[in-house]
Design a protein around this ligand. Structure first.
Ligand SMILES: [Zn+2]
Length: 188
């Protein structure tokens, strides 16, 4: 158990530091520091140790064994960079129907950076700037994400795949974040 706890601690900390580095590069200092902090809370940390496998998220293992990942429910309810945090009852929908609310731009950016870091960690040397877009494309059409949020995320992932990290991060820092919620993909 001790070995797993140590390895789980290293995995989440390594990821957290990488996301922090990216967040700092685009000027999201507070989000960089707070990213995924709840992974160190007992509810999430204990599950992470128990189901540590090294090759995939322990949440999947917990879900398979008990039918529900309490760690993930705890996590997504506290971390605004996950689109699942923003799922709620939609206005004008059927009673009880849920949908994705539009995410504030700075959390879409954090989600984008999170995906780069996660892909890098899982893929190691075989990572390319195309990998995060490929991962997104596999599930496209199945995410309960607000259409504008999804469109903006895909735009960033495509820019990363085509123009690379440096240009895309500069675009986020200099064009997207200064405009905040006024930022429009389509200038009318
Ligand atoms: Zn997270």
């Amino acid at each position: 158990m001790k070995g797993k706890a140590f390895r789980h601690f290293c995995t989440i900390t390594h990821h957290k530091l990488l996301v922090m580095k990216y967040c700092f590069r685009v000027g999201l200092y507070k989000q960089g520091l707070l990213h995924d902090l709840s992974k160190y809370s007992p509810t999430e940390f204990k599950v992470g140790c128990k189901y540590y496998q090294g090759t995939r998220s322990p949440n999947n293992a917990e879900r398979e064994e008990t039918g529900v990942s309490l760690a993930w429910l705890h996590h997504k309810g506290r971390n605004k960079h996950h689109y699942e945090y923003w799922i709620d009852y939609g206005l004008g929908l059927q009673k009880g129907e849920m949908t994705g609310m539009k995410m504030p731009i700075r959390y879409v950016v954090e989600m984008f950076l999170d995906r780069i870091a996660a892909c890098r960690n899982y893929m190691g040397r075989s990572y390319t700037d195309h990998a995060p877009l490929d991962y997104f494309s596999k599930g496209k059409g199945h995410y309960m994400m607000h259409p504008e949020t999804e469109e903006f995320l895909e735009y960033l992932l495509k820019m990363l795949a085509e123009k690379g990290e440096r240009k895309t991060l500069r675009f986020v820092k200099e064009e997207v974040l200064p405009q905040g919620e006024d930022f429009k993909l389509h200038q009318s």
